[in-house]
Ligand binder design. Structure first.
Ligand SMILES: Cc1cc2nc3c(=O)[nH]c(=O)nc-3n(C[C@H](O)[C@H](O)[C@H](O)COP(=O)(O)OP(=O)(O)OC[C@H]3O[C@@H](n4cnc5c(N)ncnc54)[C@H](O)[C@@H]3O)c2cc1C
Ligand code: SF4
Length: 324
């Protein structure tokens, strides 16, 4: 598969980057490592005429702060750098360990945290070459008018498949977006939308500049990923668990499921099963049951979807046991 022709721009400042995208308009798209965008372009799913690299923007290439006051990670920091960063490993081990599960070492050398958080949604009927998609007359997400997963549906159910998204939602990260019109901060939990086509609360002209992690004052988090091959594969279920403890009692909790729907799924009943209690096997079982009830994967990724639903229970147990 060949890339379509495009113009490649390499701005050196954030102001220059957002000016280019504002000037070019809808035909422009940012690229970081290109591990998601370039395959999509080869499959003719995304066809920007101007591709704007965000890899030479110094503001996007640094990690500042630490766990005691909060940490800011530039969007172009590579996944390998995340895995190896001493502050992230020490203060946010859940981010380092979840990042280590993403794809392969070579892709982690190229891929960035920003690209990961803005990953396109995935579906067995969509992640195919142009001829394959043409043979089924395409689908709602691109060039067609029917959803092959749920033919009666007017909505696309392509799956949010990033490993870091459920973690960012669980720990309460914020994203800073900059455009020619100004800047805004969005909570990770408000950033993702339950629609496989319109899946982000972000305009195309907005540049993700950095990711703001909260201070690590008394919370712990873990992440468990279901995939076919341990060496590399997208998650077809990811469970992020977050608890804040006061002595033995859980005073805050979040369970967030990834890889099963167009957006990360926060399970409020699982949190309620934990808050105000001791983190023991009975409470973990109750939270896992709530995650199982809430998980409603569809038949558009690897593995039988009914089994992925069953696994929501097991992976929630694993994630919470890690925090005991
Ligand atoms: C074989 C394979 C296996 C993979 N396995 C996994 C996996 O297990 N888990 C997982 O989570 N991912 C996986 N990925 C997806 C991908 O490699 C990673 O998510 C990676 O982090 C994407 O980052 P990138 O910098 O390459 O993104 P890019 O491809 O450069 O960009 C992705 C999207 O983000 C936009 N973008 C990038 N940076 C910015 C910015 N700063 N501001 C605004 N828009 C921006 C681009 O326009 C594009 O739409 C896999 C990919 C492949 C090819
Ligand atoms: S969920 Fe439906 S519309 Fe969305 S990509 Fe898959 S087949 Fe296409």
């Amino acid at each position: 598969m060949r890339l379509p022709k495009f113009e490649y721009r390499v701005p050196r400042t954030v102001a220059e980057a957002v000016k280019i995208v504002a000037d070019v308009g809808a035909e422009a798209q940012f690229v970081a490592g290109g591990t998601d965008l370039y395959p999509n372009m080869k499959r003719r799913q995304q066809m920007p005429k101007t591709v704007i690299s965000v890899m030479r923007l110094p503001e996007l290439n640094r990690v500042t702060g630490a766990g005691d006051q909060g940490t800011v990670i530039g969007a172009s920091v590579t996944l390998t750098e995340i895995c190896e960063n001493e502050i992230i490993k020490r203060d946010y081990p859940v981010i380092a360990s979840a990042t280590r599960t993403i794809s392969t070492p070579i892709l982690r050398n190229m891929g960035t945290i920003g690209g990961n958080l803005l990953l396109d949604t995935r579906c067995n009927y969509y992640d195919q070459n142009y001829e394959w998609r043409k043979a089924i007359n395409f689908c709602l997400k691109k060039d067609g008018d029917v959803c092959w997963v749920a033919p009666g549906s007017s909505k696309c159910w392509a799956v949010q498949s990033s490993d870091l998204v459920p973690v960012m939602v669980a720990i309460g990260a914020k994203f800073r977006l900059v455009s020619a019109a100004g800047e805004r901060m969005v909570e990770a939990r408000e950033f993702y939308k339950d629609d496989g086509i319109d899946y982000m609360n972000k305009r195309p002209d907005e540049l993700l500049v950095d990711i703001h992690l909260p201070p690590t004052n008394g919370w712990r988090a873990s992440y468990q990923k279901l995939r076919r091959r341990g060496a590399f594969d997208f998650p077809v279920l990811g469970v992020a668990a977050y608890v804040r403890l006061d002595r033995d009692a859980v005073i805050d909790a979040k369970i967030v499921l990834g890889g099963i729907a167009p957006s990360p799924v926060q399970v409020a009943d699982a949190a309620q099963a934990l808050i105000g209690k001791t983190l023991d096997d009975d409470q973990i079982q109750a939270a896992a049951e709530a995650a199982y009830v809430k998980a409603r994967p569809l038949d558009n990724t690897d593995f039988v979807y009914q089994w992925r639903k069953q696994m929501a229970r097991q992976y929630t147990i694993r994630a919470l046991r890690e925090l005991m």
